[in-house]
Design a protein around this ligand. Structure first.
Ligand SMILES: [Cu+2]
Length: 321
């Protein structure tokens, strides 16, 4: 981990005028800028994200932002004109009317129209965010105190992802220096085994927990989903850009809540297929040699008389999930 990290490369903060980077990203927001989970110094606007959902959220946010900017300009502009052009020192006498039906209709109807204009696309995006149908693959995410388990449904591949050893060592060592933390690069944001996902693929997530409530959150994906014991929550994502995206558990889940980060490595579909095949090959037991009794934890054959002599607590195959 670490060598293939590419995020942040396009968002180098400007050293001369740090705020200019944020202003620049705000002004150039219509460009196809993708942004990772990592915030950067003096960031002003929200990140654009790397998934369809995240970019929907970003678009809804930018629409609302520019409408607010326009309303602000009109309202404060009208106030400025009223205060300077119609001021008392210029001999202006105030009008004395107290009601104006036309004005009241206008200032009721115009906001309604603006709200509907914002609500229609926002609702469409919200419906799309929860539509997990027609996914190409499903990943089961299980929150455990304090790590994440990932299961590629139907593929027989399961990963356990926990805080990387170096972060764990640094956090527990009394002599850790600032220089050591800086040298790590992703202190407390790195794991031993990242979740690998294909880009340009609709991936459905089923999210649950083993013990207490956790929450799976990768900011660049644009959503977070609670992981609740006994409940299956759904979500989906379609990652548009290869890269490494980081997140954290977003639900206070016990003493090591801060130490169960999430790392997703998004790779092109062909590379993902190769990776998955490699994982499957690794997990498949070796071909049994004739005459070999086989692995000790093999399930007993039905009707095998020897099974009666086995202890009832004979090791079973590890349970899924
Ligand atoms: Cu947690």
């Amino acid at each position: 981990m670490g060598s293939d990290v590419k995020q942040g490369a396009r968002f180098k903060p400007l050293t001369a005028a740090p705020w200019a980077g944020g202003v620049l990203s705000l002004l150039t927001s219509t460009q196809a800028l993708a942004q990772s989970a990592d915030p950067h110094r003096w960031q002003l606007n929200m990140g654009r994200g790397v998934t369809t959902s995240a970019q929907h959220a970003y678009d809804a946010h930018m629409l609302a932002l520019w409408i607010c900017v326009a309303i602000g300009a009109v309202v404060f502009g009208a106030m400025a004109v009223a205060m300077f052009r119609f001021r008392k020192s210029r001999g202006v006498t105030p009008a004395q009317f107290s009601h104006n039906t036309t004005a009241e209709i206008v200032w009721t109807v115009v906001p309604i129209v603006i709200l509907v204009l914002m609500a229609v696309p926002a609702t469409r995006k919200l419906i799309a965010l929860y539509d997990t149908r027609e996914a190409a693959m499903t990943v089961k995410v299980t929150g455990v105190q304090w790590m994440w388990k990932y299961e590629y449904m139907g593929e027989d591949v399961t990963l356990t992802s926990r805080l990387d050893r170096e972060s764990d060592r640094l956090r527990q060592s009394r002599g850790t220096t600032r220089a050591e933390l800086d040298a790590h690069g992703h202190y407390l944001l790195d794991v031993d085994t990242p979740l690998v996902l294909p880009t340009d693929t609709k991936i459905r997530f089923v999210v649950t927990a083993d013990d207490v409530i956790h929450s799976w959150w990768v900011p660049a994906f644009g959503w977070k989903q609670d992981a609740i014991p006994g409940l299956i929550n759904e979500a989906w994502t379609e990652i548009l850009e290869p890269g490494v995206y980081r997140g954290q558990c977003a639900e206070l889940c016990g003493k090591d809540h801060a130490f169960m980060p999430i790392v997703v490595r998004a790779v092109p579909p062909a590379e993902f297929d190769a990776w998955l095949a490699e994982q499957k090959a690794r997990d498949v037991p070796a071909i049994p040699v004739p005459g070999d009794p086989g692995p000790a934890d093999a399930p007993p054959t039905p009707g095998d008389a020897d099974t009666t002599t086995q202890a009832p607590s004979a090791p079973a195959a590890p349970a899924a999930g």
